[in-house]
Design a protein around this ligand. Structure first.
Ligand code: KG4
Ligand code: ZN
Length: 331
C-alpha cells in the first residue's frame, strides 16, 4: 500500500509518499521561516496563502520522485489538526479533493500523533509499549503509548510549550524567529555554573509542565546582566540546561509510574543536541532505550503524517470527505 502525506498545520508545507513495503519513497519540505522572520512569529494569513502557492508543485514533485501516479495511491493522509485553521484548511481541502478525484480514501491525521510516530520511520523502530515525550512549539506532553491509537496523556504543559519557551527566551536574547535552534547554538558557547534557573513543577508530584516562569526568569536575568556576548551565552546555557533537566526529571518519573523502559522523544525540540545527549545518558543509566526521529523529521514534515495515515489505513479507518479541520483537537 502507498499513501501521500500532507502537512500544513503551521509554517511548513510538508509532502511525502510512504509505502508499507518500501518505506519512505519521497519527501518534500518548504519552510516559511523567512516569510515570518520580520514579524517575530507566524502570521496565520500569510502562512495560509503561502501553503496555497506551494502545495501543488510540492505534491507533483513528491509523486515524480516516488515514481508514482496519483491513481496508484491507496490513500491520502492530511493533518486535520491541531494547528492554524487557515493553514489546516489548505492541506485538508487539497488532500480531500485529490482523494475524491482519484477515488481513494482520505485520512485526517492528528498532528501530534504524527510527531509521536515519527521515530517509527527509523531503523530500529521502537516497539510498543513506550512512553513518549512530545515537545514542539505548540505542545509539551508525556504520553503512554500502548499501540496505534492507544494513547493516554500522562501530563502536559499548563502554560507555554517547551519550544515556545525556547523561542520567547531567544527573542529576549535578541535572536531571530524561530529562536529555539539559535538559542541552542548560542548555548554551545556558554559556560556552566554562572546562572541557576528554576526547574518548574519538579518539587511536587505529577507529570504536568510549566515553562512560562522560565521565560520570566530569563527576562529578569537578562535585564540585570551586563549584556556582554559571553554573558548572553551563559544565560542561554543555563536556560537550556533547566529545560533539559526539567524534561529529564519528568521522563524519569513517567517511566517509573508506568514501569516502562522505552522512551520516545519527538517534536521540534527533540532536535536539541543537549536534550538528546542527556536523555541518552539517563536511559543508559536506567538500562532502558531512547528513540528519536531523524533530525529531518523532528520538526514538522509530511513523512510523519504519511506514516501515521498508513497505520490508520491498515487498521481500516478512513475519514468522511466532509472532515475538514480541527484547530483544537485533544490527542
Ligand atoms: O514540531 P515543530 O516543528 O512545530 C510545532 O508543531 O510546533 O516545533 C517547532 C519548535 C520551535 O519552537 C523551535 O524553536 C523548536 O521546535 N526547536 C528547537 C530546536 N529545533 C527546533 N528548540 C530547541 N533546540 C533545537 N535544536
Ligand atoms: Zn509540530
Amino acid at each position: 500500500m502507498r499513501i501521500l502525506g500532507i502537512e500544513t498545520s503551521c509554517d511548513e508545507t510538508g509532502i511525502a509518499v510512504y509505502d508499507d513495503t518500501h518505506g519512505l519513497m519521497s519527501h518534500e519540505l518548504y519552510s516559511q521561516v523567512k516569510l515570518h522572520a520580520d514579524y517575530g512569529g507566524v502570521v496565520p494569513e500569510l502562512a495560509s496563502r503561502d501553503h496555497v502557492r506551494k502545495i501543488i508543485p510540492l505534491i507533483k514533485k513528491a509523486l515524480v520522485d516516488a515514481n508514482t501516479r496519483g491513481e496508484e495511491l491507496d490513500g491520502i493522509a492530511f493533518t486535520q489538526g491541531p494547528g492554524l485553521v487557515g493553514a489546516l484548511l489548505v492541506g485538508s481541502s487539497v488532500g480531500r479533493s485529490l482523494a475524491y478525484a482519484w477515488g481513494i480514501p482520505a485520512l485526517g491525521v492528528h498532528h501530534m500523533e504524527g510527531h509521536l510516530l515519527a521515530p517509527m520511520l527509523e531503523d530500529p523502530a521502537p516497539e510498543f509499549p513506550f512512553v513518549a515525550l512530545l515537545v514542539s512549539g505548540g505542545h509539551s506532553m508525556l504520553v503512554e503509548v500502548k499501540g496505534i491509537g492507544q494513547y493516554r496523556v500522562l501530563g502536559e504543559s499548563i502554560d507555554d510549550a517547551a519550544g515556545e519557551a525556547f523561542d520567547k527566551t531567544a527573542k529576549l536574547l535578541g535572536l531571530d524567529y524561530p529562536g529555539g535552534p539559535l538559542l541552542a547554538k548560542l548555548a554551545e558557547q556558554g559556560e556552566p555554573g554562572h546562572y541557576q534557573f528554576p526547574r518548574p513543577m519538579t518539587d511536587r508530584p505529577g507529570l504536568d509542565f510549566s515553562f512560562s516562569g522560565l521565560k520570566t526568569f530569563a527576562a529578569n536575568t537578562i535585564r540585570d546582566s551586563d549584556g556582554a556576548p559571553q554573558t548572553q551565552a551563559n544565560i542561554a546555557y543555563a536556560f537550556q540546561e533547566a529545560v533539559v533537566d526539567t524534561l529529564m526529571i519528568k521522563c524519569r518519573r513517567a517511566l517509573k509510574e508506568t514501569g516502562m523502559k522505552r522512551l520516545v522523544i519527538a517534536g521540534g525540540v527533540s532536535a536539541n543536541k543537549m536534550l538528546r545527549e542527556q536523555m541518552q545518558k539517563m536511559m543508559a543509566g536506567l538500562r532502558g532505550e531512547v528513540f528519536y526521529p531523524d533530525l529531518a523529521f523532528c520538526t514538522d514534515n509530511g513523512a510523519m503524517i504519511a506514516y501515521a495515515g498508513m497505520q490508520r489505513l491498515k487498521a481500516g479507518q478512513t475519514s468522511d470527505l466532509s472532515a475538514a479541520a480541527r484547530p483544537r483537537w485533544p490527542l
